[in-house]
Structures are given as C-alpha cells and as structure tokens.
Design a protein around this ligand. Sequence first.
Ligand code: DWN
Ligand code: SAH
Ligand code: ZN
Length: 405
Amino acid sequence: MAECRICGGAVDEFFDFGRQPVSDSFVTPETAGSEFYFRLAAGICTSCTMVQLMEEVPREQMFHEDYPYRSNGSAVMHRHFEDYANRLLATELSGADPFIVEIGSNDGTMLKTIQKADVRHLGVDPSAQVADFARADGVRVRTAFFEDSTAREIAAADGAADVIFSANTTSHIPYMDSIFRGVDALLAADGVLVLEDRYLGSIMEQRAFDQIYDEHFYLFSVSSVQKMAEIFGFELVDVEPLTVHGGSMRYSIARPGKRTPSAAVTEFVDRERTQGLASPETYKQFSAGVLKSCKELTDLLKDLHAQGRTVVGYGATAKSATVINYCGIGPELLPYICDSTLAKQGRLTPGMHIPVRPSEAFSEPYPEYALLFAWNHAEEIMAKEQGFRDAGGKWILYVPEVHLA
Ligand code: DWN
Ligand code: SAH
Ligand code: ZN
C-alpha cells in the first residue's frame, strides 16, 4: 500500500495503465525509443481522499528546455486567462503597488494582461523554451521550479505577493509540502493563493481516463484541496467551477481566519459526498468504464481500417499518450495526428511514434474520420473545422464514451 504524499495515509490503487512513456516527450525519428517510461497507476488516499499517481516521474524528465506545451494554443484558454487577469486587477491587485506571482506561467498567456496593466508580476516556470516566449512578450519570468527555496529568494528580492496564481500546475507537483512552505514565505498576510485545475468530479462524471498521465500527479477535488490546505496550515475560502479543459475548479486559499469561507465550499463538499467521490464503488465503475472505452475505441479503429476508411488524429495532446499507448493505437490505425503546436510538428508521439503534422494537413481532401484527442476544446475546434464536417467528415470521440459526432 503506497503512502499518500499529502497526509501519509494509505493509498488504494484503482487503475493500472502499466508501463507508459512521459506524455509530452515528442521524439524525432533519431531519438525515438529514448522516452522515459514509468508505471502509470492511480489511487485514492483512504484518509484525505486525494487522488494521486502511485509512481512519481522525476520532474526533470517532464519539464525542461524542450517542453512543448503552450497555453496560447487555444483561443478559449487565451480569453479565459485574460478575463481572470482583468478580474484580479479590479480586485486583489487594486491596492497600492500590488505584486502577483504565477506558478507555471508557461508562455505568459495569463501574465501578459498583468504586464500590460503595468502591475508588478513574476512568472516561475522551469521549461526554458516556453519561458522565452513569455519574455518575448515583456513578461518577467524566472526559469526555475517553484518550491520553498525559490519562494524565499523571490520574497527577499521582490517582497510579499498579494496573489500567487497557478493554473494546471500545482496538480503536477508531488512535493506540495515544499510548495506550501514557499507560499507561506512569499504570500502577504492577507494575500490569496488561487489554484485552478481539472476537476476530479468532472473527470469521474465524463470517465475522462486520459486525464491520468505523468504530469497529473494529483487530480484535485474540493474535499481533498480543503484537507490539503488545512494540513499545510492554510484554509480553502472559495471554489468556482469552470468549463475549461472539460471541467475545472478554481480554489482560493488564504491564511486561517483571514477570509470567511464562502457557502460554495461546503456546497461542493456535500455534492462530492453525494457523488461518491471518495467511495471505492465509484472507482470500480470508473475502471470498468476505462476498459470498455478502450475496447470500443480500438475495435472501431480496426473496423474502419479493415474497411479501408481514412482516419487521422486531431490534437496531439499530452493526455492522448495514455489513450494511444494503453489502447495500443499505432500508425497503421492512425497514420498521423494534426496539431497547431510548432514544437510538436514533424515529431513522433511518445511510445507508439505516430507522426505529428501541422494543422494545415487537415484540409481538402479531408479524411473520412478524425479522432479528437483534444476533446476538451471540441467546441472551438469543431467550429474552426466546419469544412471537415461539410465534406461529410465524422469526428470520433471517446469522452464520455466512444461515439461519432
Ligand atoms: O495540464 C496540462 C494542460 C494545461 O496542457 C498540461 N499537463 C499539459 C497540457 O495538456 P494537453 O496537451 O492535454 O492540453 P490541451 O490544451 O488539451 O492540448 C491541446 C492540443 O491540441 C495542443 O497540442 C494544441 C492542439 N490544438 C490544435 O491543434 N488545434 C488545440 C486547439 C484548440 C486547436 O484548435
Ligand atoms: N499554467 C499554464 C501551463 C500549464 S502546463 C496553463 O494552464 O495553460 C504546466 C506548466 O507547469 C508547464 O509550463 C511546466 O513547465 C510548469 N511547471 C511544472 N512544475 C513546476 C514547478 N514546480 N514550478 C513552476 N512551474 C512548474
Ligand atoms: Zn492523504
């Protein structure tokens, strides 16, 4: 029985995907086979209910000079971060000489709006290539892993932060004890730590099993974040459900007693109890659903291949590594995947080595089917690719179950 990284409790494993490659290691034909592999399995803590991976991948294997993901790859995410930055400017950052730090600032998509407003800010991100894109937009970035020591250095140089913000990043960091010690050293007395991440409640509801991969060490729920905050000396004071990334949650965390917790916190804790987010039965059903979806998806792809149909992938997402490798989908079933990310184009996907081609390859004459790995951006993508559907093309989706759209 593994030990919970948050509270030390016993972690019950509920699904084992077996030996999997690091999800964002898009290799070249020359480096194919050099991917780092690990045992991808998820469990739930029987004490604090935190869902977490059973094995930690060394952080340098995931986040480094060559890390390809860019926040600005989606117009919806661009607007999402711009809107929230403007909200912070009108509230938490409206005092005299405010200061915000972003953990996981990536290409500066969120901090750009803060920088334009001439407000003191600092991004922290270890992935040098994406950090350079942020700097090119005038965003101040420190290329480093945020942890206790980094936070203390920032506090000494820049003073206390009124806001520490992090989107889709703290769930990537197993060492949350060091993160919270860092937050304690850096956050102003009445400051706020805002985390937003994919929401476990939505993942379970949609059976989005591909959200389980190396970078997602934790899958947060309101209950598990409330307990995590308490364990590390803070208090969850507000939660806000978000539609992005297939369903996310925004958590506001403050020092104990500094802010009155909103009714939404208890409302979601109660809702999660009713949903059974901590019950073993939920994870048994989830696991059965994963096996069903994977069988149905591979059967469909094999049938279409046998009929001589043309099928390609759309969106070489990190999460697609779990689907492609666990279902054993190779280039014979999926000759290539289109993707708008320059750093992924011309590369091969981790493990099964499916070629990634520019979005422009997805054009007349269209394939008959497109497997949408970026299902969390379905609305934006399907609108953009209306021509595919007008030409009679059919989307293949596997969340919440395998179906054509
Ligand atoms: O949590 C994470 C999220 C924020 O981003 C990180 N661990 C890594 C990454 O996960 P992901 O790769 O699954 O994220 P997305 O945003 O689902 O990736 C979308 C992919 O699809 C990107 O490679 C860009 C591509 N794309 C495209 O080709 N055309 C996206 C859109 C919107 C498009 O129109
Ligand atoms: N916040 C962006 C990017 C999320 S991808 C968004 O929501 O679109 C996760 C990011 O976290 C990557 O850019 C990665 O380099 C960064 N990251 C991972 N561990 C980190 C750490 N300990 N401190 C700061 N950034 C980290
Ligand atoms: Zn625990």
